[in-house]
Design a binder for this molecule. Structure first.
Ligand SMILES: [Zn+2]
Length: 352
């Protein structure tokens, strides 16, 4: 839910951005950009709702109370069209509506949800945008993330960006404007969604149920929506703080319940911070006090390469626990082994 019944935004730091957008966005095509995990998508939805809002007279937009706002909140507004890869529908709460997302594979077999905005979906949106507005407030298309369009899909959109039919407005969201075709970028007005003030983000995270919100916020790379996504899969501040010591002991059990991409992401962040510590730079994702000293730089470089390889293949979950254990075993070797004669645990990989 992007807005409450009073029109208040669920991500409070977006309000000034939305007000600025309502005052300044004049063109048909807008590129909503900013760092990842701060809410470009939510801003685009709120802006679409504000444009379609049917409240009379002065006051905040969206109002959250009119028929159009109710239709947006129910995801049923006839003048709103969302282009989203199938893989993002569930995570963003727009599941169930596979519009424009023809699935590959077929009968009875569940195909892997696509990470692309397909050219067929773009063409369908263009056709849709050429029909008259149902409620008379214009039409809005949101494309998220814009870089999920491949070159063919992006080219299909170009003409519409250049000469948008009638009253349609397009909102393209991205955390990486440079990855888009220059011809797409140049046809859009830019709207920046900045990172919230740290205190604002921490207060919001606490309201979402985060303990030690500052630990979780740093763990997320200062991406508030990412921090909440981590919390939802069981990665809380306490688990995060235990991770460096677990690695040094060669214990993978803390990581194996996490989704594989999350486990690899955590190890990559730990590797980053151990490298930073080894050269005297500040840690970014972990508290410096939680990082065991003495990890050797050459070994860290090798581990980093293994983690990168694993991250490229993190969509193969059948070997997930084994892969995590192998990565942890390699990570454990960053520190000098226990002295001969000292009893030590069997490597977790060899115990399988
Ligand atoms: Zn309204």
């Amino acid at each position: 839910m992007v807005t409450g019944p009073d029109g208040a935004l669920s991500l409070p730091w977006l309000r000034p951005v939305l007000d600025r957008a309502l005052a300044q966005v004049r063109g048909h095509s807008t590129l909503v950009h900013g760092p990842g995990g701060v809410g470009q998508f939510e801003l685009a939805i709120a802006l679409a709702q504000a444009w379609l809002c049917e409240a009379e007279g002065p006051g905040q937009r969206p109002c959250g109370r009119c028929a159009a706002c109710h239709l947006m909140q129910a995801r049923m507004h006839p003048d709103f069209h969302l282009l989203l890869p199938d893989a993002l529908r569930e995570p963003l709460g727009w599941g169930g509506d596979a519009e424009g997302g023809a699935k590959e594979g077929g009968e009875g077999k569940k195909a892997k949800p696509s990470r692309e905005v397909r050219v067929e979906a773009v063409r369908a949106a263009i056709d849709w945008s050429q029909q008259t507005s149902s409620r008379g407030k214009g039409k809005v298309v949101v494309i998220h993330p814009a870089q999920a369009m491949n070159a063919i899909a992006a080219n299909a959109l170009l003409k519409t960006l250049e000469e948008p039919p009638g009253s349609v407005r397009l909102l393209l969201c991205t955390h990486d404007p440079e990855s888009l075709l220059p011809t797409i970028r140049s046809r859009c007005q830019r709207l920046a969604v900045p990172r919230p003030e740290r205190a604002v983000a921490l207060a919001w995270l606490e309201a979402q149920g985060a303990r030690e919100a500052d630990v979780l916020y740093d763990a997320s790379g200062e991406q508030p929506l990412e921090a909440v996504a981590m919390l939802r899969v069981g990665i809380d501040a306490a688990a995060w703080r235990r991770l460096p010591a677990s690695l040094q002991r060669g214990e993978a059990s803390a990581l194996t319940p996490w989704p594989l991409p999350r486990a690899i992401d955590a190890l990559q962040k730990l590797c980053h911070d151990l490298m930073a510590a080894a050269v005297g730079a500040p840690a970014r994702y972990f508290a410096a006090a939680d990082l065991p000293p003495g990890a050797a730089l050459p070994a860290l470089a090798g581990w980093q390469a293994s983690l990168r390889r694993a991250a490229r293949h993190d969509e193969h979950p059948w070997n997930a626990p084994l892969l995590v254990e192998a990565l942890v075993a390699e990570g454990r070797a960053l520190w000098p082994p226990a002295r001969a004669g000292t009893p030590h645990r069997l490597g977790t990989l060899s115990s399988r």
